[in-house]
Structures are given as structure tokens and as C-alpha cells.
Ligand binder design. Sequence first.
Ligand code: ATP
Length: 292
Amino acid sequence: MLFQRAYAKINLTLDVLGRRGDGYHEVDMVMQTVDLSDVLWLEPRDDGEITMDSTSSSVPVDERNLCVQAAHAFRRRTGFRGGVHIQLDKHIPVAAGLAGGSSDAAAVLRGLNQMSGAGLTLDELAELGAEIGSDVPYCVYGGLAIARGRGERVTRYPHVPAMYAVLLHPRIFVSTADVYKGLSPSDFTDAPRSETMVQALAEGQLERVAEIVHNALERVTMSLYPELKALKERVASIAQRPVHMSGSGPTLYVLTPVQTHAQRLYNALRGIMKDVYVCRFVGGYAEAHARS
Ligand code: ATP
């Protein structure tokens, strides 16, 4: 039985450069792994089947699950014939802007690579991940990175900022497709903030980071879901710090370099909402392996 952790990510920046001919948007984003994670157990099966179970009833456990798609993609790429049963203990909120599904898929790719002895590099796994979803290549590496293109072109930074994020997941369903459809040319930019963000993080200007955070999807999400806008204002008045949105939402977060501030804010927000998490920024899988 093989164990893999699949971490959530938050977007520290998300700029949209424009709409492409293939229907995707050209994005430029700073992604950061946080220590909220799903847990996957991969168990070899003698009959060559790919099966799965999940602790959450809100994700399918058939071919629609990104874990199953990842296992098929891995077998196509490597010729591995072994079967596997995937047990998914889901802790990352689903459809939350935290890339939970993509991270699970990346964990399956890393896990099967280990189980089969196929020996693909992380770069090869990331390339394979792009067939499954735009965020999967980033999730193969994790840590701090800039993702460009439709998200699949990843530049990694080994730095792990000493930062905490208090996450709130309001139970509001956000349609990512509707959010992207709602973008107008005034939301596009040709001066993305990603390099400035990475530099501020690398130089340890952690109080400046919250001023640089930007999410081009936020205007659309907040106008489609006014209840999220109202919640954001309420959280800002409790936190007395800027409140940001990850991905297309609805997850909101507040950053602080001070652990006791994060803990105090967590306690205050737990009074108004159930799904609150206090998280630390963590490094990528390559760094974790280098340390072990
Ligand atoms: P992103 O930040 O990459 O846009 P997300 O956090 O908004 O992702 P996910 O939690 O990855 O969204 O789920 C999006 C959809 O993918 C859901 O509708 C869900 O049914 C489907 N899905 C497929 N496999 C999984 C999985 N392993 N975990 C969660 N959702 C999955």
C-alpha cells in the first residue's frame, strides 16, 4: 500500500492576458501550496483494474474522477499494466478554487510512478499531467511557482515563504466556466504581477505581499455571487486585514506572517463559519525529496 499526500494551492496572483483562439484564456498566476491536504492510499490490484473509493460523496468515483483519469493516462504513457485501487480521504473542499482534484490527480501520477518503477522524472509527470487538466502540472511539483499559458507552463521557485493563510470556504457553488465567460477586455492586462510577487516573497517583504495579491476573476465572481461579496466585507471587518479570493472562488483567504495572528483570526472566524482552516505555506515535492 502506497501513501501520497495531495496538497491544496492558493493563487497569490491571477492575471488574465486575454482570450485565445482555442477558447482558453492566457493566464499568468503565482501559485503556492498550503498544508491542507487530501490523503490517497494506492493499493496494487492483481486483476489489472483501476478502481477507487472516496470519503466524500460530492466527488464521483468513476471515470469522471481526475484520479482515475490520471491512472489511465499513466498506463497509456508508460505501458504499465498493473491494477490499482485508490482510496481518497477528501479534506480539501470540492470545487473551491483550491485545485483539490488536480492535486489528487498529480498524487496518483507520483504514486504510480513509484509503484510501477517506471522512473519518469517530475518534468515528464508534469507533461503527462497537462493531458488531465491545466493545474495538474503545477500540482505535480507543488510549492511556489508561476504558471502561464492555460496554467500548464510552470516556473518553480524553491523558496518557502514563512507565511500563514487562514482559508474560509463558504458553501456557495461557483461555476468556473461562468466566471471565465463573464470576463471582459477591461479585466485583461499585459503587465502581470507574478514576477513582483515572487520577488517580494524571496526578499521576505511579507507585509507587502498582501498589497500585491490580485485576482482578475474576482470582479466577475463577486458580481455573479453577491452573497460572497457581502461575506468578504464581513470577514475584512473582523480580520482588519485584506481578504483575497483563490482561483475562481469561492474560497477566501487572509495572509499573515505571524502565527499567533493566524490562530486568533481562525478562532474569530470559526464563530461565524464552519469551514475555516489555518494553513502554513509549504514547499514542493522536489524540495521535500531533496531534504529526506
Ligand atoms: P481549480 O482550483 O483547479 O479550478 P477547484 O478547486 O475549483 O479546482 P476541484 O475540487 O478540483 O475544483 O473540483 C472541480 C470538479 O472536478 C468537481 O466538480 C468534481 O466533481 C470534479 N472532480 C473530479 N475528480 C475530483 C477529485 N479527485 N476531487 C475533487 N473533485 C473532483
